[in-house]
Design a protein around this ligand. Structure first.
Ligand code: B12
Ligand code: SF4
Length: 440
């Protein structure tokens, strides 16, 4: 049996004007290039759970002629996609099926709209893939593939297999990913990440993470690793142990965390010592109005707002640069928000800034709310779920004000001068903190 694993990779933006504008801004291009090339960790993980007598191969979708779908001799095709390429994934699945090859579809998009995916795939996997994959393969082998398999969200990371990094041609990637945690203790209205897959928050045993890092080092001398976590280090005992172990591996890495890491100086020191170069932090809004009600458990994000500026400074004072993420178009936002983002970045010397438009991904509370309020403007246009294309009616400004304000902000944030100003400011502050530290 031969299984073809196909990753719907790549970065998407429909807004042609924004794309054109972005290409003229070195700061924007730099950020896009960093995130554009990452392999699918989910498919490498499933490959590892495939019995050894089944042949597996890994393919980036761009290497497959989508119009023809060449005969690659597959007995089964497994497609992993997020929402932005959901429609492309359907078209690809349709072509494979038309040529007689059964298709399995999984991932965040399939988890959120399984019935729709089922119109294009023989089988849809909802949620985490690890627990169901071996059974699915056995069923496919025996000609009794079911139309739906449900990962129940309770996969134990103690059973996590070693992803098959060796299936990759590493020369084509600028980072490889390792997952150390899944889920998040918070529940944001718009979140379309791994809280869709599992209810709790779980951490991979330290020795497994270290083994994965070593496997990457075996194929790549000085790798830059991206932790594919949505919110790292929320279990402090595990985090300390992991960071101490990572410090011995001498790798450079990036991850996503929430702002609470700033209140733990021990954690920050350990992160820096372990090779952490940068963290992405979801600040979401530079004005408190936008934050109210976003985190639906305890309104946690609103409560953090007064600590934002100091938190950015504290994290960066450890030599860990921050990418501050802002979501524009939240219900509390008015056209004043664009200047507020710019000013926040200038005041705090944010090393990097990521601005996106609020996006109602299917399956989220935000999607359901906007649908109920009749505010969805492009239902079903999953190709517009890129974080850069507007799909709903905002309330604090018009659609034009939001789109134009967003483009205007992008054109100001990523100019070489403003990027240089923030980075020089970061280095100055870092130098000052280090001198104070030595003196103290
Ligand atoms: C790495 C990454 C990428 C890589 C993906 C590489 C690849 N081919 O997979 C790149 C850079 C290409 C990328 C692109 C984009 N991304 Co991205 N990305 C991530 C990131 C950082 C990690 C994802 C990851 O590796 N998770 C770990 C793996 C193990 O989990 P998983 O993929 O969900 O897989 C599990 C299950 O879903 C399931 N499964 C998955 N696939 C399959 C397939 C089969 C057959 C089966 C059985 C099971 C199965 O089993 C797996 C194990 O349990 C997340 C944020 C984060 N920190 O999590 C954002 C994230 C997933 N990306 C996001 C977005 C918005 C995008 C872009 C639209 C950005 C853009 N403007 O272009 C594009 C969309 C591309 C597309 N295909 O549609 C959103 C997803 C929203 C959504 N629900 O669609 C996230 C959550 C970020 C965010 N917070 O907004 N991304
Ligand atoms: S903090 Fe981030 S990962 Fe956690 S629920 Fe909110 S958006 Fe999702």
């Amino acid at each position: 049996m031969k299984v073809g694993l196909i990753a719907m990779s790549g970065v998407r933006v429909q807004d042609a004007e924004l794309m054109k504008l972005g290409l003229t801004l070195p700061g924007f291009v730099e950020r896009s290039e960093v995130i554009a090339s990452l392999p699918s960790l989910s498919l490498l993980t499933l490959a590892a759970l495939t019995p050894s007598d089944v042949e597996v191969s890994y393919h980036e979708v761009d290497d497959i002629d989508r119009d023809v779908v060449p005969d690659l001799g597959f007995d089964l095709v497994a497609i992993s996609t997020m929402t932005a390429q959901g429609l492309d994934a359907y078209a690809l699945a349709d072509r494979f099926r038309a040529s007689g090859v059964p298709v399995v579809m999984g991932g965040l998009h399939a988890t959120c709209v399984p019935d729709e995916c089922g119109l294009h795939a023989d089988c849809v996997v909802v949620g985490e893939g690890e627990k169901v994959w071996p059974t699915l393969i056995e069923d496919a082998r025996n000609g009794r593939l079911k139309s739906r398999y449900d990962g129940d969200g309770a996969f134990d990371f103690a059973d996590a297999p070693m992803p098959r990094f060796e299936l990759l041609d590493v020369n084509r990637y600028n980072r490889l990913t390792v997952q150390t945690t899944r889920g998040c203790p918070h529940k944001c209205d718009f979140c379309a990440s791994s809280i869709m897959l599992t209810k709790g928050y779980k951490a991979k045993p330290v020795e497994k993470v270290i083994a994965e890092i070593r496997a990457i080092k075996a194929i790549w001398d000085r790798p830059f690793i991206e932790l594919a976590d949505d919110n790292s280090f929320m279990m402090r005992g595990h985090a300390y142990e992991l960071l101490d172990a990572m410090a011995k591996e001498r790798v450079r890495w990036f991850t996503e965390c929430d702002i609470s890491i700033a209140k733990d100086e021990v954690l920050l020191s350990k992160m820096a010592a372990a090779g952490c170069r940068q963290v992405l932090v979801g600040l979401e809004s530079p004005v408190s109005d936008g934050l109210d009600g976003i985190e639906t458990n305890t309104n946690w994000k609103l409560a953090q707002y007064p600590k934002y500026e100091q938190a950015v400074r504290t994290i960066q004072s450890h030599g860990i640069t921050v990418i501050g993420c802002f979501v524009l178009g939240l219900d509390g936002h008015t056209p004043r928000v664009f200047d507020a983002v710019y000013d926040f970045a200038a005041r705090t010397n944010l090393y990097d800034v990521q601005v996106t438009l609020q996006t109602p991904f299917p399956g989220t509370g935000l999607y359901r709310r906007l649908e109920a309020e009749g505010r969805l403007t492009h239902p079903g246009r999953w190709d517009r779920c890129t974080l850069f294309d507007l799909n709903y009616e905002p309330i604090g400004m018009t659609r034009d004000e939001l789109v134009d304000g967003f483009r205007g902000l992008v054109s100001r944030l990523y100019t070489p001068e403003f990027v240089k100003q923030r980075r020089e400011g970061y280095h100055r502050e870092l130098h000052r903190f280090r001198q104070q530290h030595r003196a103290g």
